[in-house]
Design a binder for this molecule. Structure first.
Ligand code: SF4
Length: 91
């Protein structure tokens, strides 16, 4: 049985908002621009320390793409990949 590669956000606070992951996902879908992207980056200005914070959101359909390429393109190691059998067990 083939294992399913699951892309997860490991370190949300490490994201610098560069959007390389977004462009890689769009490249794989052969789309230009950000519309319909399966990865989205949200920006938030923190009131406490007055700096920009970024939040990464993954669409469940992300697993139809080559998630290793998306994981590896991130310069801040925000993502990790786990492998699960089709029955949902992590291996
Ligand atoms: S998750 Fe990584 S590649 Fe995506 S915007 Fe953040 S730092 Fe850039």
């Amino acid at each position: 049985m083939n294992a399913l590669k699951i892309l997860k956000v490991r370190s949300q606070q490490s994201c610098n908002g560069c959007e390389l992951c977004v462009f890689e996902a769009q490249r794989q879908l052969q789309k230009v621009g950000l519309e319909g992207s399966l990865v989205r980056i949200f920006k938030n200005k923190s009131e406490e320390n007055k700096r920009l914070e970024f939040y990464v959101e993954l669409d469940p359909h992300i697993h139809s793409l080559d998630v290793e390429k998306i994981c590896n393109i991130c310069p801040k190691q925000v993502f990790e990949i786990s492998e699960e059998e089709a029955d949902g067990f992590t291996i």
